[in-house]
Design a protein around this ligand. Structure first.
Ligand code: MN
Length: 320
């Protein structure tokens, strides 16, 4: 049976991470055309970078609220310290989920022994009902699932391919790394109500019939597949490594600015003032030592001169 599925292709833009001397990441979400895939609201993809050239990762203490960060590496190691007192090393194939809730601060630095760094940094928007909750940090090492002869998966958030991650997320979601060997293909089999994105890390993938190159994020809308309409992902003769991101459409408008998510311009203003004024809400990151003449913390920039506008998936509703 032949049918057509529209795949929205988001192409990456390069963004310096954590200051002018910092490494560059490829950002596909948020994009002008799309703000969210389920609750996934931010997708940064980086590497493989020669740390001897880029200097690696050195992100000084900075705050988050209203979101959760998901760190997933392909190569290299990153040291994480946060204001809960967590000191963890992020390693390839191990997920670190930091749920900011009302507020947390953290620093991320590539480990001294790391020569090549590659991975993704993802954010999840927290539903308004829990966005002001207690911060927490979770770590999990997913099993390697053999989906078929040529496809292997590591499910780091939610459930897919018979594997389930125990990390706690606040809406129906999936996040997984898929490795497709030469000519491998897989039917994704996710709930029909999910929006489903595929970010290609290496190789070329064919997603619902659409060719995606490395760095591109292809997205299929909720309800586009289901029943006999299956969502198929395939690799060409070179194989592919991808990140699968899906979830129930996030039915709330959010205001996302710098490292904060709120529901209004005032939420963001308050978070910014608290961080820059060294208030207690985000806490203190112990143990971070800047390199050279680097800073001990990252102040929030000036707000734009206009009110920040909410955005989301809702259509045909006025905002503001
Ligand atoms: Mn961060």
């Amino acid at each position: 049976m032949v049918f057509v599925v529209d795949v929205q292709v988001l192409r990456p833009r390069e963004v310096p991470l954590g200051g002018p001397r910092a490494m560059t990441v490829r950002r596909t979400l948020p994009a002008r055309e799309r703000s969210l895939i389920g609750a996934w609201c931010f997708v940064d993809h980086y590497g493989p970078d020669d740390v001897g050239v880029t200097g690696g990762m050195d992100v000084a203490p900075h705050p988050h609220c209203g979101l959760a960060t998901v760190s997933w590496l392909f190569e290299g190691e990153v040291e994480h310290r946060d204001s809960l007192g967590t000191h963890a090393v992020v390693r390839p194939g191990e997920v670190n989920l930091m749920t900011a809730g009302r507020g947390i601060a953290h620093a991320e630095v590539s480990m001294p022994g790391t020569s090549v760094l590659a991975g993704v940094q993802l954010w999840l928007a927290l539903p308004g009902a829990v966005a002001g909750g207690e911060p927490r940090f979770e770590h999990f090492v997913p099993e390697v699932v053999r989906v078929n002869d040529a496809v292997f998966a590591k499910v780091f958030v939610g459930e897919a391919f018979g594997s389930r991650s125990p990390v706690r997320v606040e809406s129906a979601l999936v996040g997984a790394e898929l490795r497709l060997f030469a000519g491998g293909s897989v039917t994704l089999g996710l709930p029909a109500g999910f929006e489903v994105g595929v970010l290609v890390d290496q190789g070329t993938a064919r997603y619902a019939g659409c060719e995606l190159r490395a760095g591109e994020l292809g997205v299929v809308a909720a309800g586009a597949v289901g029943g006999e309409r299956e969502l198929v992902l395939a690799a060409d003769a070179g194989g592919a490594r991808v990140i699968l991101l899906g979830g129930e459409p996030f039915d709330e408008e959010i205001v996302m600015w710098w490292n904060f998510i709120g529901r209004s311009h005032e939420d963001i203003e308050a978070a910014r003032a608290e961080w820059n004024g060294h208030g207690p809400r985000f806490g203190f990151v112990a143990g971070y030592v800047p390199r050279g003449d680097g800073s001990w913390w990252m102040p929030a920039p000036e707000l734009p001169g206009v009110r920040l506008k909410p955005r989301g998936n809702r259509r045909g509703r006025s905002v503001g």
